[in-house]
Design a protein around this ligand. Structure first.
Ligand code: PLP
Length: 443
């Protein structure tokens, strides 16, 4: 190994002779291009330095007269880390709990092979919050979805008595469940799948929100189908909202065929859609669901599976595990992420501010009917889609918004998702809307 000397904090953090505070946005980009995996294309010419408050990022942009220098500007966060920061950045309740835990309670990490007292707190809080019998903690969102996948297969064999290795998990076209091999196998996005095969067998996809297609598949292959594993509202696909009667009809159909309804609430959960969980919008209850993102309050990655006793009950010692799933610090963060959502009534705020945002976006659509095709959303999970025209480029819109101090990012070519923290204020929503209206007018 070459000599490595790491000193200091923040801007004074030095890796050998490179001091973070001296790096321009271009320097950061060059380091990422030469040392990182090229699996993201972040917004150009901007680097986040720190946060100012729950929805305001302080970012560095190239200085106008010298690109190797930077200026700091505020950025209103319209995305909140794809719903990982529903409680707002550095939520005081969660930060206080973490600081207290590390300084006073002094138990950061122990393995699952010995019990720790905070796990009980997390299981009690998460099972009550989700109204589910059992909770299995994991770390990343994709792990929670992948575990629902495994549990559904095992339930299929052990409870439904599907012949060995014949179980089918049904997914929806346009799905996004993360980046593991099972999630990659379920994806129908060519960029996601290209040259990562062979893929997991036993997966079939139906069009999202198409009841008849699901019914035909269940009628044809129902005896082999363990679960319909699906997002209640598709997030990455561009905030695709099903018809109001889709989920109630699907839930009944699943019951009829003895097929589990497995929801991925990683993005839609924790107040995002105006209810604590999106399935509550439709008055249905999944048999099992995966949660993540805001389960960690924007502080730590925390995810978990929640489900019915007889479904999660198929797990046995040795069949599942996770070094950091529910470790003491994650349990504490998970408990206080839930407490914040309840005490600050954040689902209700998502509902109120979501109506404000949606009515503003609809007004923009009415003013520019030749540019905006559709506005979609529930609570603060919203998006507007522009017409499929070269000029109406989502990336250009993101860059124009950035120039106006707003962070939002396109999904696909012509859709912009807006999903700010659930703590966002009425005046911040107005700032977002004014900037969007100006950008759409000029594009
Ligand atoms: C619905 C859904 N499931 C799973 C994931 C994966 O979560 P993670 O990136 O934490 O693994 C995401 C991430 O965007 C998601 O939106």
């Amino acid at each position: 190994m070459n000599d490595l000397n790491i000193t200091g904090y923040g801007d004074n953090l030095k890796i050998n002779d490179i001091r973070l505070g001296d790096l321009s946005p271009k320097d950061h980009e060059e380091i990422e291009l030469s040392k990182g995996g090229q699996n993201y294309s972040p917004l150009e010419n901007v680097v986040v330095s720190h946060v100012k408050d729950s929805s305001t990022l302080i970012c560095r942009k190239p200085s106008k007269d010298n690109v190797s220098k930077y200026v700091e500007e505020e950025l209103l966060d319209g995305l909140c880390c794809y719903s990982a920061v529903n409680q707002g950045q550095l939520n005081q309740t969660i930060v206080d709990a973490v600081v207290h835990h590390l300084k006073e309670e002094k138990i950061p990490t122990v393995p699952r092979s010995i019990r720790h007292k905070y796990m009980s707190g997390f299981l009690l809080a998460a099972s009550t919050f989700t109204n589910m019998d059992r909770i299995v903690p994991k770390v990343a969102g994709v792990e929670s979805w992948e575990l629902t996948f495994k549990i559904c297969r095992r339930w299929g064999y052990e409870v439904k008595k599907i012949p060995a290795n014949k179980a089918i998990i049904v997914g929806a076209k346009g799905n996004f469940h993360g980046r593991s091999m099972a999630a990659t196998s379920m994806s129908d996005d060519p960029d996601t799948q290209n040259n990562f095969g062979p893929f997991l067998p036993g997966i079939e996809l139906v069009p999202f929100n198409d009841f008849d297609a699901l019914q035909s598949l269940f009628e044809e292959k129902g005896e082999y189908i363990a679960a319909y594993s699906v997002e209640p509202i598709q997030g990455e696909a561009g905030v695709i909202i099903p018809n109001d009667d889709y989920w109630p009809k699907v839930a009944q159909l699943c019951k009829k065929h003895n097929i589990l309804l497995a929801f991925d609430e990683v993005q839609t959960g924790f107040g995002r859609t105006g209810k604590n969980f999106a399935h509550q919008l439709y008055d249905v209850k999944p048999d099992i669901m995966g949660c993540g993102k805001a389960a960690g309050g924007g502080i730590l990655p925390v995810s978990f599976v929640a489900g019915r006793d007889d479904v999660i009950g198929v797990l046995t010692p040795g069949s599942e595990g996770s070094t950091f799933g529910g470790y003491p610090l994650a349990s504490v963060v998970g408990i206080y992420a839930i407490k914040t959502l309840i005490d600050e009534n954040l689902a209700n705020n998502a509902n109120i501010r979501g109506h404000q945002l949606m009515s503003g976006l609809n007004e923009i659509k009415n003013n520019f009917p030749d540019k905006i095709k559709e506005v979609r959303g529930r609570g603060l999970l919203t998006a507007f889609e522009m017409y499929n025209d070269k000029q109406l480029d989502g990336h250009k819109v993101s860059l124009s918004l950035l120039a106006k101090g707003i962070y939002a990012k396109e999904t696909h070519h012509s859709t912009l998702r807006l999903a700010p923290a659930l703590t966002i204020s009425a005046s911040q929503i107005n700032i977002l809307l004014t900037a969007i209206a100006e950008v759409i007018k000029d594009i």
